[in-house]
Design a protein around this ligand. Sequence first.
Ligand code: SF4
Length: 333
Amino acid sequence: MRHYNIPIFIPELACPNKCIYCNQRFISGQQFQPNKNEIIEKINSHLQTFNSPFIAELAFFGGSFTGIEVNKQIEYLKIIQPYIIKGKIESIRISTRPDYITDDILHILKEYNVKTIELGAQSLSQDVLDFSQRGHRVEDVEKSSELILKMGFELGLQMMIGLPKDNIEKSINTANKIVSLGAKSTRIYPTLVIENTELANLYRKGEYTPLSLDQAIIWTSQIYQIFHNNNIKILRVGLHPSESLLNRTELLAGAFHVSFRELVLTQIWKEKFLQIPQDKSNDLVIFTHPKSKNHAIGYKGSNRSYLQNHFKTITYKEDLALNDLEFHYSTGK
Ligand code: SF4
């Protein structure tokens, strides 16, 4: 059975918050919420491209879903119900802020077949949240996560790394807390400095330095393994490369790379290979799961090139019994 995602972008038009890294206040005038027909058209065009048999999940993303007017939320959720009744869409996923969760909201979401709720936790260090003017507390994440799980939803918690006042220990602590709060999925975003934000002002004044690409890769590689080892699905690593990020019109600074996830996985594998005793006269055979082979070879073959400098020959082979971050090897002359 194949799994598909139908993303529906619902921008929150008037976010009252002032997160220092976000340009929402400046772009909200240029954004529009889709109407019923546009949503139906989008769903239908997605469904036509799916190969049967399939399981489809509809994801409302783009803003804090539960921050929009309740009637509007219900209006959106109602559009999806006929698809759920007919078995075309299996479930709904929404994303929102930790302080926008109440019992009443959760009852509405339950009634309309929402299965997964993702919270933008960003950091679970209060000083990081405060400096970034997130406007919520660590306890809000804890309380909302508990409520979400108690009501039988699946929980997703997203985090950012490299915000002002953050450091590797705090980010690792955030990842560990995300695990202990019971999340089933996560997303890891390195902080980017976007034009027209308070963070851009701080950056220009020399009061904030984002993580370099190398630092972001190293931090993320450690956090990635925490989630992987605890069976938490890592839905995204690094921001989706929108056009404005790609042509750098909005991006002022920060660890952005179109292949960020690949670079992180390359780093994880590189660290594993550093444990193999090196011997220039040895042939090295590395076994990985087939889906991990490319990452073990590395971005642009960098891990293979590294190993080629330390062994006579390198061969990659597949072993279906391994999980995607496991490997074994043999050496010989
Ligand atoms: S990041 Fe903060 S300011 Fe931006 S839309 Fe979300 S809650 Fe609003």
